[in-house]
Write a protein that binds this ligand. Structure first.
Ligand code: FMN
Length: 190
């Protein structure tokens, strides 16, 4: 079982990245392997909507940046874990760039009429999401979850679990939350 984990917060040791690390560590203790990325530390541009990735079944994104390493790791993995704070009721801009660029992983549908879409990645990879926010209403975290899950389902992933963490504001706030620490460690079934 291999996990690709991508942190969407600009804070290196803030709430979402720390809970993501705990989720990865918990899975590793149960035998998983993991590759971890930080969206802020990567060079990933926004999707240009150029349509190049839609032109052929083997077409790839024309932007030559770090997203190609992410594509390769996603193809080689069994699960994707995305972590994002809630920013203005949505994803952070850092992780949004990465999510939008997954457009290049959608099935190719440009074949002859009647032909089935050609998948770009194996179907059924598991999707896990962690969100953190200052507010105490889980609604905002679920809003982020649904924004990610709809798109990732489209490319063939299967939502498998989430941790919607509320009432976290300062970067160390997670440290006082034994409930979230336990939930993060148990998030990914191996
Ligand atoms: C630009 C910005 C926008 C934010 N917007 C929201 C928001 O809409 N709702 C909310 O509950 N918290 C909001 N917050 C607070 C963060 O979601 C919260 O501090 C979160 O725990 C940060 O996660 P991190 O420590 O992983 O960076 C915002 C913070 C920033 C910096």
């Amino acid at each position: 079982m291999k996990i690709v984990a991508i942190a969407g917060s600009p804070r290196k040791n803030g709430n979402s990245t720390s809970l993501m690390r705990l989720a990865v560590e918990g899975a590793q203790e149960r035998g998983a392997t993991a590759v971890v990325f930080s969206a802020k530390e990567m060079n990933v541009a926004g999707c240009l909507a150029c349509g190049s990735c839609k032109r052929a079944a083997d077409a790839v994104c024309v932007q030559n940046d770090d997203m190609h390493a992410v594509y390769a790791e996603i193809r080689d993995s069994d699960a994707l874990l995305l972590a994002s704070p809630v920013y203005f009721y949505g994803l952070t801009s850092w992780i949004k760039q990465v999510v939008d660029r997954c457009y290049a992983l959608m099935p190719f549908e440009g074949g002859p009429a009647g032909e089935q879409p050609v998948p770009r990645i194996a179907a059924g990879k598991r999707l896990y999401v962690i969100t953190t926010q200052a507010d105490d209403s889980v609604f905002y975290g679920y809003q982020v979850l649904s924004a990610i899950a709809y798109g990732m389902t489209w490319i063939g992933m299967k939502p498998a679990g989430q941790l919607i963490a509320t009432s976290l504001e300062e970067p160390d706030d997670w440290k006082g939350r034994d409930d979230l620490i336990a939930d993060a460690k148990a998030l990914i079934a191996v």
